[in-house]
Design a protein around this ligand. Structure first.
Ligand code: NAD
Length: 255
């Protein structure tokens, strides 16, 4: 339904979970997808899976905390395709803990990836988007960027910052023909959530509790988030900018 033919799209953290599903969805819509991740093995696995479907994909090794990686990714896309149409800032990391269990190093580590990392990648592409007067940026924030979540101090702090960054950039660059939005997923069953579960002594109980947070009584799938990103990337979303789209199974609707 959504057509991204002739478009280029770079997704960070595309070697796993939500980013992997986004890469597949945008490639199926016809985009040349740049699958970027700091994890080369997984990134290449996703590239190969997309190519094996007869779609277009190139893996780029990119750690979002490394500005040189970001600049070289922009150079590769420029040499290869000429420009970037869609940037999806998906790479992110989590942490479980209240202020009592969170160290300054934890705060810096999460900030470096979830906020500064997004900034680094955007810095590498924004000037060219402004010059072309075209571009779409989609950030993968979280319900934790809209509501506080118990035991997620560092994570929520960074995701609130990412929603702020999204809205500020949407205002700054509306006149440049660039749309900037974020999606705010509830819990989605990915390796990210499986890792968080390991931090609980009773993992089955923690799983049930995590699923029950959503009014729909289950976690989301990566494909359900990718569908929203595909919409935001498409021309059908031409009037959508500065939004924080909740895809949270009703978590934020109330108790
Ligand atoms: P995941 O752990 O399955 O995948 C994250 C990917 O990001 C991995 O491939 C990892 O290698 C990559 N990555 C991590 N740090 C990186 C860095 N510095 N540079 C480049 N790549 C890096 O996680 P996921 O569940 O798919 O989460 C993706 C995004 O969705 C994150 O931003 C996360 O905060 C957000 N999110 C996830 C959930 C959920 O419940 N899974 C809910 C809301 C928001």
């Amino acid at each position: 339904m959504f057509d991204l033919k002739q478009k280029s799209a770079l997704i960070t953290g595309a070697g796993s979970g939500i980013g992997e599903a986004i890469a597949h969805a945008l490639a199926r819509a016809g985009a040349h997808v740049y699958v970027s991740d700091r994890d080369g093995e997984n990134g290449q696995r996703v590239e190969e899976a997309i190519l094996s479907e007869g779609r277009c994909a190139s893996f780029i090794s990119l750690d979002v905390t490394n500005e040189a990686d970001c600049a070289s990714a922009a150079g590769k896309v420029r040499d290869d395709h000429g420009h970037l149409d869609v940037l999806v800032n998906n790479a992110g990391i989590g942490h479980v803990g209240t202020a009592l269990q969170t160290t300054g190093e934890d705060m810096d580590r999460l900030y470096a990836v979830n906020v500064r990392g997004v900034f680094n990648v955007m810095k590498a592409f924004i000037e060219e988007m402004v010059a072309r007067r075209a571009g779409v940026i989609i950030n993968v924030a979280s319900i934790g960027g809209i509501l506080g979540i118990r035991d997620r101090l560092a994570y929520c702090t960074t995701k609130f910052a990412l929603v702020g960054l999204t809205k500020s950039m949407a205002l700054d660059h509306a006149k440049d023909g660039i749309r900037v939005n974020c999606v705010c997923p509830g819990r989605v069953e990915t390796p990210f959530v499986k890792e968080r579960l390991l931090e609980y002594p009773d993992q089955e109980a923690a799983y049930r509790e995590m699923a029950a947070t959503q009014a729909l009584g289950r976690m989301g799938t990566p494909e359900e988030i990718a569908a929203a990103v595909l919409y935001l990337a498409s021309d059908e979303a031409a009037f959508v900018t500065g939004s924080a789209l909740l895809i949270d199974g009703g978590w934020s609707a109330g108790k």
